[in-house]
Design a protein around this ligand. Structure first.
Ligand SMILES: [Fe+2]
Length: 201
């Protein structure tokens, strides 16, 4: 596989990721009652639509179709966001969950664009690098905005009213939670031999 092929895969991955977000962001906006956070999600939805357009331009420059690759990574990150959307928390606590999920999305995208820009530059694709950089700057700005939103949310979630809420039990209730618990234990067991080795070294 040539570097050009890798580049095309990266771009198709990003295209799929942005399309998945066009679908996910309205649900995030709907899940919060905080006006400023709702606006942040809605504004980023509009930006994301523009990002899809920039990616389409990149494919036009290459003379290739934008589809062909599904971004599994974004599917996973969006799936985690769904947990935040569906959580029965409310108010500031829910906002903290939503912001945590949204920050993961932004940083996943930042990683994707950073990698794709480096490849574009080494292929001498300056115009595409500039398009990708425009998207990257929006992701960075969105991440910063979300971090700003997290301050009042964290303060609210830590406030007396919420803090006195009964602690959530560690016992999984749903099939999904049971599966998640089982897998987390498998993750730990799989890492254990390597961790033991490092501890000895
Ligand atoms: Fe994006």
């Amino acid at each position: 596989m040539s570097l050009q092929d890798v580049f095309l895969e990266e771009l198709r991955d990003l295209y799929s990721a942005e399309n998945q977000l066009v679908k996910a962001l309205p649900k995030m906006a709907k899940a919060t009652k905080t006006e400023s956070l709702k606006t942040a999600f809605t504004n980023h939805l509009e930006e994301t639509k523009g990002q899809v357009e920039r990616l389409k331009q990149a494919f036009q420059i290459l003379g290739k179709k934008p589809t062909g690759q599904h971004c599994n990574g974004m599917e996973g990150v969006v799936e985690e966001g769904k947990d935040a959307i569906e959580s029965d928390e409310e108010g500031a606590t829910k906002d903290v969950e939503l912001i945590g999920a949204a920050l993961r999305v932004e940083h996943y995208e930042i990683a994707g664009y950073t990698a794709a820009i480096a490849i574009a530059k080494s292929l001498g694709q300056k115009e595409i690098a500039a398009l990708l950089n425009a998207n990257l700057q929006e992701e960075v700005a969105a991440g910063k905005l979300l971090l700003g939103e997290s301050k009042p949310a964290l303060a609210g979630a830590a406030s007396a009213k919420d803090a006195t809420k009964a602690e959530k039990s560690d016992t999984p209730k749903t099939a999904k939670e049971r599966e998640s618990k089982k897998k987390s234990e498998q993750d730990q067991a799989a890492a254990a031999p390597a961790l033991k080795k490092s501890a000895k070294a």
